[in-house]
Ligand binder design. Structure first.
Ligand code: ZN
Length: 429
């Protein structure tokens, strides 16, 4: 069976992504390169991309002309900050003018944002192949082949017809998935996991399933080589449940459709920046990213909307790769918490719950909801002890003082599995 899936996979890949194989080989080569050489390659690609965008995208030309900059004047990384950043709003609003007349194979890509507005664009085959190849390179660090048997969960909104169609498509890529958290489904999924080589999905879903497998004492899969969480923050207590249920911590993959893969975690726990395909800057703790591949729809100095923290430049990972490392993706930018008087970034929640863990050893999954200024509702998966309540109060006080009042209650299913988990829902703004 595995041979069948390998042949099927490779045949499909040749048809859909003819450049992937070559790009993959190059990436396996450059992963051994010293940092200096990688930076050279990255800079060369950046310059090419900037040049291409200036001459083929009317939006970038106009934007940079107005800012008084020309690609020839950008000579080193120090000059990057002269180039204005671009936002998701711009990618949506000036979509047509940003596109270039790139000839060649293209795929239509639609991304739905948690904020409602979706971004769509044409992704050229080379950038799509590069993105896939960079992910498969990450798999190779775990001895995982993309055609091997894999479990998958990604949100549950399926009609019966869509379910059958999805099952068939899944069969082709040797995949099975969880369609709901009900016990029968879950047991079936857990049984299938016994023969799986890897597992991927939203980290909150992985956590939820791991917890259920542990609670119900279902048999533990032993063949798994990799458990990969995408798109969301991975909290320390997620790892604990995952270790117990699957024998692996959840490794991180970081990226977005418009940026391409940004980083992939190595077996030594470092989220290495995939710098062959992206140029990432950290500006005031915020990530600014350039996709070095996508000529059909250039994304240059893009404000992705995450706060991040980089490892110090002299950090050396034991895996031997010299690609710089993201220490942590600390939160989403943009949402505000409203106090009675002040306004606070939603990053504050991250600090409250991080400090709760650091200073008091309390690990909590939470969801915060704001409907009114100065008031918050927290939902936790379990009851808090009096001690824990006190600790929460002191950590909330430390950051918000008296400006924010809150209540809390237990909501067992804060992860409903309907797509990306949102740890903060605001009805203000
Ligand atoms: Zn490493």
């Amino acid at each position: 069976m595995s041979r069948f899936h390998k042949l099927l996979f490779l045949a499909g890949q040749k048809l859909r992504n003819p450049s992937l194989e070559k790009i993959y080989r190059e990436l396996k080569e450059t992963e051994k390169w010293p940092l200096e050489k990688l930076e050279e390659l990255q800079w060369k690609r950046f310059k090419e991309m900037m040049d291409y965008a200036y001459h083929h995208s009317s939006y970038y030309k106009k934007k940079w002309d107005e800012a008084g900059i020309h690609p020839d004047e950008i000579k080193s990384k120090d000059d990057l900050k002269k180039i204005p950043v671009i936002t998701k709003q711009e990618l949506i609003q000036f979509n047509r003018e940003i596109h270039t007349p790139w000839k060649g194979k293209k795929f239509f890509s639609v991304t739905s944002g948690t904020t409602g507005e979706s971004l769509s664009f044409w992704k050229d085959e080379i950038s799509d192949s590069h993105n896939r190849a960079a992910i498969f390179r990450g798999y190779s660090w775990y001895d995982v082949k993309p055609w091997e048997r894999n479990g998958y969960f990604w949100g549950f909104n399926f009609s019966p017809v869509k379910k059958w169609k999805t099952r068939f498509l899944d069969f082709l890529v040797n995949r099975f998935r969880l369609f709901s958290y009900d016990e029968k489904e879950l047991k079936k999924f857990a049984r299938k996991l016994l023969s799986a080589d890897y597992l991927e999905g939203y980290s909150s879903s992985i956590y939820q399933v791991a917890k259920l497998i542990n609670e119900k004492n279902l048999p533990k899969p032993e063949k798994l080589k990799m458990v990969k969480g995408t798109s969301e923050k991975i909290y320390p207590h997620y790892h604990e449940e995952s270790m117990r249920a699957f024998g692996h911590k959840i490794i991180g993959e970081y990226g977005a459709a418009e940026s391409g893969l940004i980083a992939f975690e190595c077996p030594y726990g470092s989220l290495h920046i995939a710098m062959e395909g992206v140029l990432m800057e950290e500006v005031d703790e915020e990530i600014i990213v350039t996709n070095l591949m996508m000529k059909s729809f250039p994304v240059i100095r893009y404000q992705l909307g995450d706060y991040i923290k980089l490892k110090p430049a002299d950090f050396k990972c034991s895996c031997g790769m010299e690609h710089p490392v993201i220490e942590e993706i600390t939160g989403r930018i943009g949402k505000n918490i409203y106090g009675k008087k002040g306004i606070y970034p939603s990053l504050y929640f991250y600090y409250v719950f991080k400090n709760l863990e650091k200073n008091h050893g309390i690990k909590l999954s939470y969801q915060a909801v704001q409907k009114e200024k100065g008031k918050l509702e927290f939902y936790f998966e379990r009851q808090l002890t009096t001690e824990e309540e006190k600790a929460l109060k002191s950590e909330m006080n430390a950051l918000f003082g008296n400006d924010v009042e809150y209540t809390w209650s237990v909501k067992e299913k804060i992860f409903d599995g309907r797509g990306k988990f949102r740890d903060f829902i605001s009805y203000l703004d």
